[in-house]
Design a protein around this ligand. Structure first.
Ligand SMILES: [Zn+2]
Length: 227
């Protein structure tokens, strides 16, 4: 009998609104450094302890973005704080957070390798152990809806109840997590895995993970997500 795999859930610490705002800004800068966003493309949000959502603004380069540029909205989309307009993709963030109480961070990006799968409407298969643990299974392709529309938000939110990422058909990637930092780690893992799968298919056929491994890991993503 293999020993049970144990994963320490992330400690849940109560954070202030200011700390979550700083985390969203830091995440935006880190995503820029790691090449997952560029220019003004992509957007990041975090759920504040008071129930509102802080997100990156529209049409502002990540390089110059400051804390005061972030915008706070309630879950219905009303701006409650900030001078700038929120990202034009605000519906994505709000729909995911309205639909799932355990989502506290959302990232949308046009990461190159993940978007290669999105434009060919191909899910990113789950053939790597850590992918199963931290993403929760293959990354599905949500149906096409026009960018910026409420219907795109609703469509995407349908897919992230039990996994950390979804591809947006003919558009890009959306990841969710217990924080903006967590959603960024999922985005980095998905993009790295998309690159691996793309290259692996040139080498030969993908070999699935054993069913016993999938069964063993199945509860872990849920546990991490709820922690
Ligand atoms: Zn986009």
């Amino acid at each position: 009998m293999p020993r049970p795999v144990t994963f320490a859930p992330m400690a849940k610490t109560k954070r202030s609104n200011d700390e979550v705002k700083q985390e969203v800004l830091d995440t935006a800068k880190e995503l820029l450094r790691s090449g997952l966003v560029e220019g003004t493309a992509g957007n990041i949000s975090g759920r504040l302890p008071d129930g509102n959502v802080v997100m990156t603004p529209s049409s502002l380069s990540y390089e110059v973005m400051q804390l005061e540029d972030l915008v706070v909205l309630d879950l219905d989309g009303n701006v409650v704080e900030g001078e700038r307009s929120p990202t034009s993709e605000k519906a994505l963030h709000l729909a995911c957070m309205r639909a799932h109480d355990d989502i506290h961070g959302v990232i949308h990006s046009h990461a190159i390798f993940a978007t290669m799968f999105a434009v060919t409407h191909q899910p990113i298969p789950c053939v790597i152990e850590e992918f199963d643990i931290y993403v929760g299974g293959e990354v599905p392709v949500a149906g096409y809806q026009l960018t910026g529309s409420d219907s795109l938000g609703d469509e995407v939110a349908r897919w992230v109840g039990d996994r950390g990422a979804v591809l947006m058909a003919n558009h890009g990637l959306l990841t969710v997590g217990t924080s903006a930092t967590n959603a960024m780690k999922v985005a980095q893992l998905v993009e790295r895995t998309a690159k691996i799968i793309w290259g692996a298919r040139i080498l030969g056929d993908l070999v699935p993970l054993p069913d016993s491994t999938l069964e063993r890991f199945a509860p872990i993503y849920k546990l991490l997500r709820s922690s």
